[in-house]
Design a protein around this ligand. Structure first.
Ligand code: DC
Length: 228
């Protein structure tokens, strides 16, 4: 079978991560969570004590940081300069910090180059905010997931609660909305659906339904690619 490049984009809580992992599993593809890279980059900047709005310094820190991701079929485990930071990057502070460092074009350039390398051989599901628009504009299948802010905040809250991180739902919702705004309004590769992306509103969908639908679309693309 043809090995596709699949781009899955959307805001926080749209169901992207759950869908992307499940799609990768069902298709036997590799999976890359690009948000985890931005979170690790943000952590590197925080640890180096550089201001998240100091573009040059943050870029220099990220350039010399070793960020490693390993997906073993359950969760993405992440190492920063040899130290495991899997739990730390999932904290709300890391998410907020990531949405700041990800506005820095130099930081994006470094991470995008690594992401393209990962996708080079095909057979990948990559999730993020700009995969279909910037990282892999030639992706074989692009899906942009959306959902209401309410349900997205609820999903994020449940996810964190499952990890034992205490949360305040009202604050979580404000956080989600603020982060969306920053992600969508930034000048460098804002969160946006590619013109050729399929837009899927997951508000009333179960995670498994979303994944199955994407797999169906991917199988069709694989068949077409084979026939060429
Ligand atoms: O998907 P996530 O919540 O783990 O992403 C964390 C932050 O990283 C998010 O606020 C925006 C940023 N990000 C990005 O700018 N581009 C990507 N491809 C992925 C994430």
């Amino acid at each position: 079978m043809a090995k596709l490049k699949i781009a899955l984009d959307g805001p926080a809580g749209s169901g992207k991560s759950t869908a992307a992992k499940r799609v990768a599993e069902l298709l036997g593809y590799a999976y890359l969570d690009t948000g985890a890279m931005y979170r690790a980059a943000a952590l590197a900047a925080l640890r180096a004590d550089v201001s998240l709005t100091d573009a040059a310094q943050a870029e220099a820190v990220v350039a010399r940081s070793r960020i490693e991701l390993r997906w073993t079929g359950g969760e993405t485990r992440v190492w920063l300069d040899g130290e495991e930071v899997t739990a730390e990057i999932r904290r709300p502070e890391a998410a907020q910090a990531a949405s700041y460092v990800s506005t820095i074009p130099g930081v994006r350039a470094i991470l995008v180059a690594r992401q393209r390398e990962f996708a080079a051989a095909g057979g990948v599901v990559m999730e993020g905010r700009d995969i279909g628009t910037v990282v892999l504009p030639g992706a074989d299948l692009k899906v942009f997931l959306t959902a209401s802010a309410e349900i997205r905040a609820r999903r994020r809250a449940d996810e964190l609660a499952a990890r034992g991180v205490p949360i305040d739902f009202a604050e979580m919702k404000r956080d989600v909305v603020a982060r969306d705004r920053r992600d969508a309004e930034r000048a460098a590769s804002p969160l946006a659906a590619a013109p050729d992306a399929i837009i899927l509103d997951t508000t009333a969908m179960e995670a498994e339904e979303v994944a199955r639908l994407i797999v169906l679309l991917a199988r069709e693309k694989e068949r077409k690619a084979e026939a060429r």
